[in-house]
Design a protein. Structure first.
Length: 440
């Protein structure tokens, strides 16, 4: 297999022209790390407007899990587009919406029968989840995690805390969200050894219960099974069982945000399945519909029993997005989730080999195809080396590898789950050269 072909300087002439137009009219809030102007995509490959080829480690930020522009998904969309584009699924009926709700039920990460509310994005799924928990419990408070990311609308933003820029000047938000530390074994709180991180977080949770958040007032805990934007941080194995045990004592719901970690990304359909606990409510988006705007709040049927009209929207369950999601789930179930586990193992081992060559790679972490390398200045201090991380992303791009940052100093690898060993080998070769070049 050949390495990606870069034919022009980057950005090329056509890309430059589009980027200049973009700079005049698009919101200044957007943060593009690399000057990639996409023209077409296929499987794990991206082609820009100047004919350059790139290997994708982003999946359009965790979305195209079954491969970019998957022909089976495209075919289903084409067929649906000829029939009807929209007919508010909250006010009327159509089959794709029910079929998709049945498909989601088949893959639910809890035993009880489930129910589904459809949305159009991750943040909107989170809004539905937190509203549902409050509605069902009639309790005012929530607990979220430092470093968590759940979206940018005011409700989900009240939980989001992966970067301060996301919150600065936007207060007041929902005031009833209390944040506690996420169990990070690589950078544990000062004075806490990695083996005791779960103990620390559970102690902190109970301190919250005893002080600012009486547990009988807490509706739910909202948590990512693996923190995404916060830096691909995997909690220790004992964390979720211990957390669930505490929540069950007080009838507090566990909402897991699987927007980035779900839909096969980690080698199981949902990342929470790695940790042996059942959530009560799940937020889903990104990988569910291969790029069509679609999200869902999936909950136990005993939880999602709100009254008619208590929550609703216009576009949720859109038929074109629904047929894309139905095919996406079929594809995930027919081997891609297993492939994510298998190739993920190969990939992480190759990253660990790379780590042996560069002590600036402080940590290699992740599960399945949700992987990251974390750059440090000093491997003992584990201090964040974002300058180097940013340089490596640029160097990799020049060589045809598209990567994104996560957290303060990590590069994330979230490629389509169709990835093969040969692609990993190319990615590692380019990363090796890019780190060398970035170090100068
Ligand atoms: N939750 C998580 C875990 C996410 O990673 C994201 C997006 N990065 C969101 C919610 C928000 O999704 P969206 O951008 O579709 O609103």
């Amino acid at each position: 297999m050949n390495r990606p072909q870069i034919k022009t300087e980057l950005p090329g002439p056509k890309a430059k022209e589009i980027i200049e137009r973009d700079a005049k009219v698009m919101s200044t809030s957007l943060s593009r790390d690399v000057p990639l102007v996409v023209e077409r995509t296929q499987d794990v490959w991206i082609y820009d407007v100047d004919g350059n080829e790139f290997l994708d480690m982003t999946s359009g930020v965790g979305v195209t899990n079954v491969g970019h522009t998957n022909p089976q998904v495209v075919e289903a969309i084409k067929n649906q587009v000829e029939k009807f584009l929209h007919f508010a699924g909250t006010d009327f009926y159509y089959e794709p919406q029910v079929t998709l709700a049945e498909s989601l039920n088949d893959i639910r990460p809890f035993k009880e029968q489930g129910r589904v509310f459809f949305t159009n994005s991750g943040t909107e799924s989170v809004e539905a989840c937190i509203k549902l928990a409050r509605y069902k419990t009639r309790r005012p408070l929530y607990i979220g995690f430092l470093g968590g990311f759940h979206g940018r609308t005011m409700g989900s933003l009240s939980f989001t805390s992966s970067k301060v820029i996301q919150r600065r000047y936007f207060s007041p938000m929902m005031p009833q969200v209390v944040h506690i530390p996420f169990p990070d074994t690589y950078r544990p709180p000062e004075g806490v050894v990695p083996e005791k991180v779960t103990d620390f977080v559970i102690w902190y949770l109970n301190r919250m219960f005893e002080t600012v958040a009486p547990p009988e007032d807490v509706a739910a805990v909202l948590v990512e099974p693996i923190q995404g934007e916060g830096g691909y941080i995997v909690p220790p194995k004992d964390f979720f069982p211990r957390l669930k045990q505490e929540l069950d004592k007080h009838g507090i719901y566990l909402i897991v945000d699987e927007v980035q970690s779900g839909m096969g990304r980690t080698g199981k359909m949902f990342a929470i399945e790695h940790f042996g606990v059942e959530p009560d409510i799940v937020s889903i988006a990104k990988g569910i519909a291969s790029g069509m705007p679609m999200g869902a709040c999936l909950a136990k049927e005993s939880v999602m029993d709100w009254e008619e009209s208590a929550h609703s929207n216009t576009y949720g369950g859109n038929p074109v997005a629904a047929v894309a999601a139905i095919e996406t789930i079929k594809l995930l179930k027919s081997g891609l989730v297993e492939n994510a586990a298998k190739i993920g193992d190969y990939f992480i081992n190759q990253l660990r080999e790379l780590q042996k060559k560069y002590e600036v790679i402080g940590d290699v972490r992740g599960i399945g195809l949700m992987l990251a390398i974390d750059f440090v200045k000093d491997p003992v201090k584990r201090d964040y080396n974002y300058e180097l991380r940013n340089k490596v992303i640029q160097e990799a791009f020049k060589r045809g590898l598209v990567c994104l940052a996560a957290g303060k100093s990590a590069i994330r690898f979230a490629p389509p789950l169709t990835l093969k060993e040969e692609h990993v080998d190319i990615a590692i070769e380019i990363l090796d050269e890019s780190i060398k070049a970035a170090l100068g």
